[in-house]
Design a protein around this ligand. Structure first.
Ligand code: NAD
Length: 316
């Protein structure tokens, strides 16, 4: 991996990809940003547009569109490319088409000599990350997905509002599939260092478990609510991608709920799902296995089964 300049290649310059690129520019997260898309003209236009904003930013980032040979000396390849559901198409058929899209991306990235970290945002993100892992042959530590990073941020924001505490002092995670079977292990949730269960016990007239359950349901439904209002979600995930990219490039050892390959945690192997991990320059440094209750462990295992079954239904 190059240490001198921080180079990121973005594959897929749609709404999510460009929200990432725009946030990356404004937060000056790397020195070089390359844009790749099947639609080369679009990638070129997006690079021009961002470059025209450089004069107004604090960044002197080099931004240009290019081809897969640019990945050879990159630190991170961010994949936001994907195709949309056609009418009448099943989830599995869509997944199969996106698997084809990923074949056309991961192969040339690997052939370029890329030796960095793959970061996937395309949905269903846990399965697309596993596909990237299988196609690339990379070590599991260097293939991660956005997982439940954004869901966790949404959870902390809502908990912060509910308890009237800075979200950064609310320690709680959304784990499992980025989707219907994701959940909040409340046994692990803390306000500062105090378990939320104790906060509820000490304040029975102020805080209620039903309201916490509504918060976790709101987190799960947030994407659908945004899609109903404006057809797609992109700013939040773009900023989540910047956070993960910075954790890697700055060797932060930050804890983020990325989609990661489990290797025995929760009695699960091979499946990729959202779980707190320590992220640094090498990608996933460590997976933090949470001490779940029996009920939470059953939820995690159910989520893993759903993801494993979807993956095994694919022909790669
Ligand atoms: P979009 O349609 O705006 O952009 C997709 C881009 O991918 C297009 O520019 C298209 O040309 C490109 N593309 C398609 N096939 C390609 C190929 N073979 N090679 C290179 N580029 C190719 O879609 P979007 O709104 O940007 O969403 C992108 C993905 O991100 C979707 O799968 C979406 O579901 C997902 N997403 C994930 C999260 C998350 O939390 N992980 C949140 C929001 C959206």
């Amino acid at each position: 991996m190059y240490q001198s300049k921080r180079k990121v290649v973005l594959v897929g310059t749609g709404m999510v990809g460009m929200s990432f690129a725009y946030a990356a520019l404004n937060q000056n997260v790397c020195d070089e940003l390359v844009l790749i898309d099947l639609n080369e003209l679009r990638a070129k236009g997006e690079a021009m547009d961002l470059n025209h904003g450089l004069a107004f930013s604090k960044s002197s980032m080099k931004i240009y569109s290019g081809g897969y040979s640019e990945c050879g000396d990159a630190d991170i390849v961010v994949i936001c490319a994907g195709v949309n559901q056609k009418s009448g198409e099943s989830r599995l058929e869509l997944l199969q088409r996106n698997a084809k899209v990923f074949q056309s991306i991961v192969e040339p990235v690997v052939n370029s000599g890329f030796d960095g970290v793959f970061l996937v945002a395309t949905n269903p993100v846990d399965i697309m990350t596993r596909i990237t892992y299988e196609l690339s042959g990379f070590n599991y530590s260097r293939v991660i997905g956005t997982g439940t990073t954004l869901d966790t941020a949404r959870l902390r924001y809502l908990l912060g509002e509910y308890f009237n505490v800075d979200p950064r002092n609310m320690h709680a995670y959304v784990i499992g599939e980025h989707g219907d079977s994701e959940f909040v292990p409340w046994s692990q949730a803390l306000l500062a260092t105090k378990p939320i269960a104790d906060v509820l016990k000490d304040n029975p007239n102020t805080y209620h478990i039903e309201e916490l359950q509504k918060i976790s349901a709101d987190v799960k439904n947030a994407a659908q609510e945004i899609i109903a209002a404006k057809n797609a979600t992109y700013y939040g995930i773009g900023m989540a991608l910047v956070k993960i990219v910075r954790a890697i490039l700055s060797d932060e050892n930050s804890v983020l709920t990325v989609s990661v390959r489990l290797r025995g945690e929760y009695e699960q192997k091979d499946v990729f799902m959202g779980n707190p991990c320590i992220i640094n320059r090498g990608g996933v440094d460590r997976i933090i296995e949470l001490s779940l209750t029996d009920e939470e462990l059953a939820k995690m295992q159910k989520s893993a089964k759903i993801l494993d079954n979807s993956f095994k239904g694919l022909s790669l």
